[in-house]
Design a protein around this ligand. Structure first.
Ligand code: ATP
Ligand code: MG
Ligand code: FE
Length: 332
């Protein structure tokens, strides 16, 4: 089957065409308007989605060299995400399906991030563990089957990506800060400064304390040296990144040992981070586990992950009707 995938949960408008489980196109329109505000402005995001969605879909279809009548189903992100943003993608998917008389498939965005691992040949086998780390979520997911997933640990406050973005704001870096922290960290010494590791039970996480300790650390050091930040940016970023990565991987390692699982995957925007990718690779080499790390274009928000998830739902015959509505919060 040919599946058209639509993603619009946050600030990326994306469309993708998948044929028999193979991704033929993945068009992503990024929104730059939010940079001036230091974070995504929901009202602006939905307006830009409205401008971008038709060109993105047209490009995805033409790059895939298919005809829109060849499409067998339309898969879309139903949630979780920003309601106004989701509405644009959901409404588009519904109109497209109605006009061309095609079935609709709803996809959970967080399951989409996990199922991105089924693009390409290097696929994990069930059950596997997936650390999903993004702008809004930090989860250790026990993946028993394509749509049978259990969250065994998650953040109790900020998400990992949110912590990086907020820290970068404190460091005076522009939004989104995650990629910039990555860039500076590559030139720094990760052992230069020690930030605390929170003591949280089970497989849960907390990142709000880290953000606060970094704020005080900067404030105290700038008092004695006004140029402290500029002079030590690389070391600070390397140390912050190292702490975030060790918090994540220590819990993931424990979960893998206790559940006896050897296939370990990363997903979500923060899985684009160099330190995290290297850290998981090393951990898996040490332990004799298999690491699954997505290609960069499938880490941050994209419609290919929605299209591949849609493909597996198509095989099961799981469709939804025109009465479907987006959900800002959506459990698995
Ligand atoms: P969610 O998936 O939880 O709804 P989202 O869709 O906004 O949230 P993604 O697009 O999956 O999140 O990821 C965005 C996050 O990834 C941002 O916090 C960003 O800073 C972070 N990020 C992207 N690239 C990197 C990188 N190289 N290093 C660290 N963080 C990164
Ligand atoms: Mg985004
Ligand atoms: Fe996402």
């Amino acid at each position: 089957p040919v599946i058209l995938g639509i993603e619009s949960s946050c600030d990326e408008t994306s469309a993708s065409v998948c044929m028999n489980g193979e991704i033929l196109s993945n068009v992503i329109a990024n929104q730059t308007i939010h940079e001036a505000y230091g974070g995504v402005v929901p009202e602006l995001a939905s307006r830009v989605h409205q401008q971008n969605i038709i060109p993105a879909v047209q490009q995805a279809i033409s790059k895939a060299k298919v005809n829109k009548n060849d499409i067998d189903a339309v898969a879309f992100t139903r949630g979780p995400g920003l309601l106004g943003s989701l509405l644009v993608g959901v409404s588009f998917a519904k109109s497209f399906a109605l006009a061309l008389d095609k079935p609709l498939i709803e996809v959970n965005h967080m399951q989409g991030h996990v199922l991105a691992h089924f693009i390409g040949d290097h696929k994990p086998s069930f059950p596997f563990l997936c650390l999903t780390v993004s702008g809004g979520h930090t989860q250790i997911v026990l993946v028993k089957d394509y749509f049978d997933m259990e969250i065994i640990g998650q953040t109790t406050d900020d998400a990992a990506g949110e912590a990086l973005d907020k820290t970068s704001k404190v460091l005076g870096l522009p939004y989104p800060g995650g990629p910039l922290i990555d860039k500076y960290a590559r030139q720094g010494n990760r052992g230069a400064y020690k930030f605390p590791e929170p003591q949280i039970p089970n497989y849960d996480f907390s990142f709000s304390g880290l953000k606060t300790s970094i704020m005080y650390f900067i404030r105290d050091n700038v008092k004695t040296n006004p140029d402290f930040l500029q002079e030590n940016m690389a070391d600070i970023c390397a140390s912050v990144e190292y702490r975030v990565v060790t918090i994540l991987l220590n819990k993931l390692k424990r979960a893998a040992i206790e559940y006896g699982i050897k296939d370990i995957a990363l997903a979500g925007g923060v899985s684009a981070n160099t330190g995290l990718r290297q850290g998981l690779t090393e951990l898996c080499e040490q332990q004799g586990w298999n690491a699954f790390i997505p290609k960069f274009e499938y880490c941050t928000d994209n419609a290919a992950m929605i299209a591949i998830a849609g493909y597996y739902k198509y095989l099961k015959g799981e469709f939804v009707g025109q009465d479907i509505a987006p959900l800002a919060r959506m459990p698995f």
